[in-house]
Design a protein. Sequence first.
Length: 104
Amino acid sequence: MFKLTIAAAEQVVKAAQQGGTEGMSLRLAAYQMPDGAIDYRIGFDESTEDDIRLTCEGVEIVMTPEQVPLLDQTTMDYVEIEPGQFRFIFLNPKDPHYQPPTEV
C-alpha cells in the first residue's frame, strides 16, 4: 500500500504541531494529469466513515477509496532538494515520470 518515510512522518508531526492540527489525519489525494503524470495533494483533515485508513510511522493517513489505485505502492518522503530547500516528494512507480532514487 502507501508508505511514509521516517523523515516525512517527522515533518508531518511538526507541521501538525505548528499548525494546531494535532490529532487530525493526513489526507492524501492524487489526480492523473492529461500527460499521465500524477499530481498529489496533502492536508490535515477529519476522517469520514468511507475513508480508507492506515497508519505509517505513527501518522494516521486517510484517503477516499477512489485514491487507492493511484496511491498504491507510493512512498512519500521529505528530502532536501537543494541546500536548505526541503519538500515532500512522492515516489510512485505508476507515474510515467517516476525515477527510482539513486544512492549517493
